[in-house]
Design a protein around this ligand. Structure first.
Ligand code: ZN
Length: 212
């Protein structure tokens, strides 16, 4: 039977990259709320006390999909997977409690990265307003500073990536997720992994946990 792995970590910790790699190497399904929502757009939720009859209708209307719908979709995605890496859920304690009722986890890996390091990573992103190419001033710089390799346009920093916004995002993450981390620590299945090494080093450390 495939492993059931939950990967937790703040924005910028490299969760997405590591989840994908874990899924590839251990032959697991990579389950994210975004993908699960897109895959279940047409799910019939008319029995629920919701405004719309399908998740897709919320997305089309540009409205936030209610928690209970997200929960149902995650349950659907997990029940159809043999093994999985869950990424981006649960975001708060209520969802963590919901998750306990859906599935048994083999391991919860928390990618820990210092806040200042996260700010460096998250504020270094530059995007091309013309072709959408994405760079990082430190980790993936364009050949010529501030200029898009693909089309020569001047690169910009998105409003989401300024230090003030990033620090606020990290604060909100911390506030919502600290109780989730605590919840799994108390259950004895939380393993903290240092997320500040190279992507290969971090992957090795996570793979060791999953192998146990
Ligand atoms: Zn460009």
């Amino acid at each position: 039977m495939g492993k059931h792995i939950l990967l937790l970590g703040p924005p910028g910790a490299g969760k997405g990259t590591q989840s994908k790699r874990l899924a590839d190497e251990f032959d697991l399904e990579h389950v994210t709320t975004g993908d699960a929502l897109r895959a279940n757009k047409e799910m019939d939720i008319s029995e629920m006390d919701t405004e719309y009859d399908t998740p897709g209708a919320y997305m089309d209307a540009g409205e936030l999909v209610p928690d209970e719908v997200v929960n149902a979709i995650v349950e659907e995605a997990l029940s159809s997977a043999d093994g999985y890496v869950l990424d981006g859920y649960p975001r708060n304690l209520e969802q963590a409690e919901e998750l306990s009722g859906m599935t048994d986890l083999d391991a919860v890996v928390y990618l820990s990265v210092d806040n200042d390091e996260l700010v460096d990573r998250l504020t270094g992103r530059r995007v091309c307003p013309d072709c959408g190419a994405s760079y990082h001033v430190e980790f993936e710089p364009p050949e010529e500073s501030g200029v898009c390799d693909e089309c020569g346009a001047e690169l910009v920093q998105r409003d989401d990536d300024t230090e003030e916004t990033v620090r606020e995002r990290l604060r909100v993450y911390e506030e919502n997720t600290a109780p989730v981390v605590e919840h799994y620590r108390e259950e004895g299945i939380l393993v903290e992994v240092d997320g500040e090494g190279t992507p290969d080093e971090v992957f090795e450390a996570i793979a060791d946990v999953v192998d146990q």
